[in-house]
Design a protein around this ligand. Structure first.
Ligand SMILES: [Zn+2]
Length: 327
């Protein structure tokens, strides 16, 4: 395929987008009430005053938990119609921004009928963008984490309804974790047809190698620190594992000191499969289109941007990379 002259015309793929349920609900309710939503840009600015890495990640999470009326907001989410509405809005935003494939990550136990509601939101977007696809993942899976067993069980159950996969987030995150139980869960999930991924290597080299040993793992969230160890690069190449790079997130949370220090170009040069992603677009004040623009500004050409989209399709957990499927 000829690469388009304009980056707006590049079909974009976002395999790493968290649902951001609270932020989405806050925006929906604020708009209904005619008041401004929570100002995430302010939070992003404030994070820069904290030490990079875990302090920013943990503070960012707690700031989200502190924002007002969270319990009331979350209670609204029990209403299926409200859930479908904010989900449709979120998927529409990605499609408006040129995304043809989005994989969205949901934390905690999935509600009854989750996949049919998810497909309802996806099909609303497809009325306007017929080539748009969305898949769902359960994130934050880790044996021993509060609520993880229930979330994992709901994921296994939703596998038969077409859930895309599960996403392990190790504890500890920036130091080596014990993955033995996670491997057992991953095998069990893989046996039901779920795709397997993990967050690893965002703030240190820890857990990258362990994550790459997960049964059937196709891709890793972040993996930014892989660049520090040629052996890890060799494993990535050997296993043909894709790294999901979230450029804005990596700078805001301090995984890298600046965009220009990001290892994306170096890893592409090494032949590692890389794809772009938005991570928490609402809270990080970004979008998948903006992430492609940032990559272009870093000197990544249109052809390589197209390749990153196609790497994303190859590494996705949905039907798009299975041409034999009727979907
Ligand atoms: Zn993430």
């Amino acid at each position: 395929m000829e690469p388009p002259a304009n980056i707006d015309d590049i079909p974009k793929v976002d395999l790493h987008m968290h649902a951001e349920t609270l932020a989405r609900l806050d925006r929906l309710v604020s708009s209904r009430n005619g008041v401004p939503p929570h100002d995430w840009a302010k939070d992003v600015t404030a994070l820069a005053y904290l030490p990079p890495g875990m302090p920013r990640l943990e503070h960012g999470l707690s700031a989200r938990q502190r924002s007002s009326d969270n319990d009331q907001l979350l209670a609204l989410n029990d209403d299926d119609a409200i859930f479908v509405q904010w989900l449709t809005d979120a998927l529409f935003e990605s499609a408006n921004d040129g995304a043809i494939l989005v994989e969205m990550r949901f934390g905690g136990k999935l509600r009854q009928g989750f996949m049919s509601l998810f497909r309802e939101a996806e099909s609303k977007v497809r009325e306007t963008y017929p080539s748009f696809h969305a898949e769902a993942l359960v994130t934050g899976v880790w044996p021993g984490r509060g609520g993880a067993s229930a979330a994992f069980a709901s994921a296994l159950q939703a596998a038969e309804d077409g859930l895309g996969g599960i996403d392990f987030i190790p504890i500890p995150y920036d130091r080596e974790a014990d993955w033995s139980e996670a491997y057992i869960w991953a095998q069990q999930a893989a046996d039901t047809g779920l795709g397997i991924t993990a967050h690893a290597g965002e703030f240190s080299i820890a857990n990258i190698e362990a994550a790459l040993m997960l049964p059937t793992v196709k891709r890793i969230g972040h993996g930014t620190y892989a660049v520090a160890d040629p052996r890890l690069i060799d494993i990535l190449l050997e296993k043909d594992t894709t790294l999901e790079f979230c450029l804005t997130s990596n700078v805001v949370l301090g995984a890298v000191p600046s965009l220009h220090d990001h290892p994306i170009r170096k890893l592409i040069e090494c032949g590692v499969s890389v794809t772009l992603a938005s991570d928490d677009p609402l809270r990080l004040c970004t979008s998948i289109g903006r992430e492609y623009e940032i990559a272009a500004r870093l000197g990544i050409g249109t052809e390589q941007l197209m390749e990153m989209s196609s790497n994303g399709i190859q590494a996705s957990f949905g039907s798009l990379n299975r041409p034999q499927s009727s979907a």
